[in-house]
Design a protein around this ligand. Structure first.
Ligand SMILES: [Zn+2]
Length: 311
């Protein structure tokens, strides 16, 4: 924790950052691509939920337009500007939870919106999903509620399934944001000649205009998404993908500065697909890990709900 936030921070322009992430088309594609790669050992209802998982991918960006209060808190959940924490990314240590992270930021004299909260939003939705999968496994195992799982309070199997799909779809938005290079950097909307942050409009130019024009919906990530892999520490996995995204910030800004986001340039198209597919793979890994861990953690979870012996 001591390495957190050691550098002076350049206060950026006060106008809000662009809020589209990959754009609605991009987010939907990332979620759907992950959903079509689900392995056969995941539940059938989940593998059949491709449409809903795709639909839910766009919701967190829309939340920001529902109300000013929601906008203020929600927008911080979509990025982590790594340079704010430490220019040497190998020294960044993320505290275990959101509250401690915010408090460390405060101690370093920084505001939440300077850094962003993306790893914590990802972690918390992952935890919700793992919990919902535990409820599902329990309901399958004990449909009549003999083992303290009262169906009246836990709902029908359909209710539990819809909750799993809901958390998973929303989680997909943040997994997708993690693979967008401009969601990992203080240069989120461009840079000036000295490499300092400057709003050039590249953010929306890349993730919305470019993606909508050059990345067609369909099997565009074929060959780029493999089998799901089990993740270890979820916060570490989040940091890793953000660091990988940040490594390509310079390349992306150079594409833009040379006008290459204007045309159909194969190298830029491949670059974009690679990043979107990385978001899909990460999401697939998160879903799969939540499913596997829900099986490992179920017994301990059930014990917490055991009815106390009547006196
Ligand atoms: Zn977003």
């Amino acid at each position: 924790m001591k390495h957190l936030l050691l550098i002076p921070f350049v206060i950026l322009a006060s106008s809000p950052r662009p809020g589209y992430s990959w754009g609605e088309e991009g987010h939907m594609m990332i979620n759907r691509a992950a959903a079509t790669k689900l392995p056969g050992d995941m539940p059938e209802f989940f593998r059949n939920a491709v449409d809903t998982l795709g639909f839910l991918a766009v919701q967190p960006d829309r939340w920001k337009s529902f109300d000013g209060t929601l906008y203020t808190i929600e927008r911080a959940n979509h990025y982590l500007d790594l340079e704010v924490l430490n220019r040497d990314f190998s020294k960044i240590e993320l505290p275990p939870d959101r509250i401690e992270f915010i408090s460390k930021l405060g101690e370093a004299g920084k505001k939440v919106h300077e850094a962003g909260l993306l790893p914590y939003q990802t972690l918390e939705y992952y935890q919700r999903l793992r919990g919902a999968f535990m409820e599902y496994r329990w309901a399958l195992d004990d449909p009549e509620g003999k083992d303290s799982r009262a169906p009246r309070t836990f709902g029908s199997l359909n209710s539990i399934e819809s909750v799993c799909v809901h958390y998973a779809g929303i989680l997909g938005h943040y997994a997708g944001d993690s693979s967008q290079p401009l969601h990992s950097t203080i240069l989120y909307d461009g840079r000036d000649k000295n490499g300092e942050p400057q709003k050039t409009g590249v953010h929306i130019r890349f993730e919305v205009f470019y993606v909508n024009k050059h990345i067609p919906d369909g099997n565009v990530f074929d060959g780029l998404i493999g089998k799901p892999e089990l993740l270890g520490n979820i916060l570490e996995a989040s940091k890793d993908i953000l660091i990988a995204s940040n490594k390509d910030v310079d390349q992306l800004l150079t594409f833009d500065e040379k006008g290459r986001l204007e045309g159909a340039d194969k190298e830029v198209i491949d670059f974009t697909k690679r990043h979107m597919a990385r978001g899909s793979q990460y999401l697939l890994n998160l879903w799969y890990t939540a499913w596997v861990r829900s099986g490992e953690d179920l017994d301990a979870y059930r014990i917490r709900f055991k009815p106390k012996a009547k006196k």
